[in-house]
Write a protein that binds this ligand. Structure first.
Ligand SMILES: Nc1ncnc2c1ncn2[C@@H]1O[C@H](COP(=O)(O)OP(=O)(O)OP(=O)(O)O)[C@@H](O)[C@H]1O
Ligand SMILES: [Mg+2]
Length: 425
């Protein structure tokens, strides 16, 4: 049976996450009754042609992307033609901005004129003007995410539609990225005849998959431990406050083990996955790990506890950098829900107890919400970005991408933004 195409099929949603370690694809079916997604197919292959989010061999990367998508198509029995794509890298920056528009100017002079209520077009206008920041020629706005509105002296308004006032102010979180990095990665996918509908900064996609509304309200930070990057998104009062990329990931732990034991990266990676503990006090001093001595061509051994001491030190260093980033977020109250971990690095043994003991912060591994599937697939931290990409077209709060969506009529866009704003908090 030939798989059917999803080109005009709005019930199918597809996510493609091109990581430095693995390329992952997920295909899902939208459940109209609750806006959840039923997972139909997933696939993952080792990455090739990309490093730290930057393409180093285009042909090799395209070939690998094609294989990953084909394999997910086979499992889902659906033909992919459009998808949402993740992006990360050192070139991504975030900034919080605010802008204001005036409303009802004539009312000061009039008497008895009924004041006009704030409508969708005012929201569009104020969000558009919040995008007017000066950007270098090689940089573009990737996301424009509303945080809150003020009407005259009233702050922290979640949805000002229907209110009356003289001045409407919006606070937004802008994510910018290098134009060439975005187009190069999208071109690789489009070369395969596919349409890239959305490009999404990785932690924002992951957050959709694992953070619920209560957690966003009371404060939580998503930390995505990838292979060469650590992506961060801080949420409080129902909206994103800060996001960032650190150019260090789980690969640095592998490198430490390789250098320390003088073994290959491949062997060090195996030892890390099988034995390493992020909290050395929870590892065994009696369990000896055999490894090959590359240069002396004889085997040697080291205890699990000894390896874990190095792993713990590096993991702590990464989290010190994470906490420095969190401190840049303009938040006054503590993060009630602490940290939610995603990315393959979150599979490191005892990473949650390490965070709780060393940094006295609440932590948990992210588990997918709104995804209907076998728990072991949907909850794999290395697949979280893909799960978020599946949900992105349904639940995004991103004004830029809602507006840029050429397939939607202006009226349709307004409706979606309004719907988004209503569901935002
Ligand atoms: N059980 C495990 N214990 C420790 N680390 C693990 C485990 N399983 C996977 N990892 C690590 O997860 C990392 C891969 O994570 P992930 O798939 O999120 O990376 P990526 O998305 O390809 O990278 P990036 O997002 O940085 O481009 C690898 O470094 C791998 O060693
Ligand atoms: Mg990743």
């Amino acid at each position: 049976m030939n798989p059917i195409s999803n080109i005009n099929d709005s019930r199918i949603t597809v996510g493609l996450d091109i990581g430095s370690r693995g390329i992952k694809c997920a295909i899902g079916e939208i459940k109209a009754e609750n806006n959840n997604v039923k997972l139909l197919g997933v696939s993952e292959m080792e990455s090739a042609g990309i490093k730290k989010g930057i393409i180093i061999d285009r042909d090799v990367l395209i070939d690998r992307i094609e294989k990953v998508i084909n394999s997910a198509e086979l499992m889902a029995d659906e033909k992919v033609t459009k998808l949402s794509l993740s992006i990360t890298g050192n070139h991504i920056r975030c900034i919080n901005t605010q802008s204001a528009i005036s409303l009802n100017h004539t009312n000061g002079l009039s008497n008895g004129i009924k004041e006009k209520v704030i409508g969708d077009s005012d929201i569009l206008q104020v969000l558009s003007s919040s995008q007017s920041i000066s950007l270098p020629i090689d940089r573009d706005i990737l996301h424009t995410i509303p945080q809150e509105y003020s009407v005259d002296m009233l702050d922290e308004i979640k949805n000002p539609v229907g209110m009356i006032g003289r001045r409407l102010e919006s606070k937004v979180h802008l994510v910018t990225a290098a134009t060439t990095a975005m187009s190069n990665i999208a071109n690789c996918v489009e070369e395969l005849g596919l349409t890239v509908e959305n490009i999404v900064f990785q932690p924002l996609a992951s957050a959709l998959a694992v953070i619920d509304e209560d957690e966003m309200e009371l404060g939580i930070t998503l930390v995505e431990l990838g292979y060469t990057t650590t992506n961060i998104a801080v949420y409080q009062k129902g909206s994103i406050k800060h996001s960032a990329v650190l150019p260090i990931g789980s690969k640095s732990i592998t490198n430490d083990i390789a250098v320390m034991l003088q073994i290959s990266i491949k062997e060090a990676e195996e030892i890390k996955i099988k034995y390493a503990s992020a909290l050395s006090s929870m590892s065994s001093s009696d369990l000896m790990i055999e490894f090959s001595k590359t240069f002396k061509s004889k085997s040697a051994s080291i205890s699990e506890n000894e390896v874990s001491k190095y792993v713990e030190a590096r993991t702590q260093e990464i989290f010190q950098m994470v906490f420095q980033e969190i401190s840049k977020a303009d938040i006054k109250d503590p993060l009630t829900y602490g940290i939610v971990l995603t990315g393959g690095g979150a599979l490191m043994r005892n990473i949650v107890p390490m965070l709780e003991k060393t940094f006295s912060i609440k932590a948990r591994i992210g588990q997918s919400i709104k995804i209907e599937a076998a728990k072991d697939i949907a909850d794999g931290p290395n697949f979280t970005t893909c799960m978020g990409l599946l949900l992105w077209p349904l639940h995004t709060k991103d004004f830029s991408q809602l507006r840029n969506n050429q397939n939607k009529s202006f009226r349709g866009i307004l409706k979606r933004i309004r719907h988004t704003i209503e569901n935002m908090f």
